[in-house]
Ligand binder design. Sequence first.
Ligand code: ZN
Length: 189
Amino acid sequence: MDKEIVAPGDVIGVAEEYLPGENVEVDTDGKLRAQVMGIVVRNERDHVVSVKPLRSSNSLLRVNDVVYGRVIAIPNDRVVIVKIIGVENNGGKMALKDDVTGIIPPSQLLNGKSSNASEILGIGDIIRARVISRDPPYTLTLRDAQLGVVYARCPRCGHELKLKGNDLLQCPNCGAVVRRKVSLIEYWI
Ligand SMILES: [Zn+2]
């Protein structure tokens, strides 16, 4: 059966047939209306109809989303400001259309350790992080082995850095070695 996609306000049933589930409201005429754009889910056994929200590439992020972002500033070497550029979606990566800002507070940089932000990442690095706040600017965390730097360039010559292991990256061009908190599950070069 084809998926039934509805927009906010669309009638998806009447109160005599179904109980309103998630993202469904009953209007004054007893009609059940979708509150969000999404896919209709009818539970015939319990007579509940709900709408599973559809995500578009410019939709807002949610708590626990894994995002990719570029480090754009590290004020006072403590807080990390990130421009979020993509979000993980069903195992793939989806680009975000709009600029979304993320902030990593010092407490979310490393497990239980306080360190200077520049010891674990650098400006221009692309990081894999997790969203832990509900609204923008999003608070992000790196407190997981799977989170961290996925791409970085040499601070000395600008060449792409290669993974050397144990949170070390090396420049194949000039030989510089820099320390980063590298994501354990992916590094792009
Ligand atoms: Zn270099």
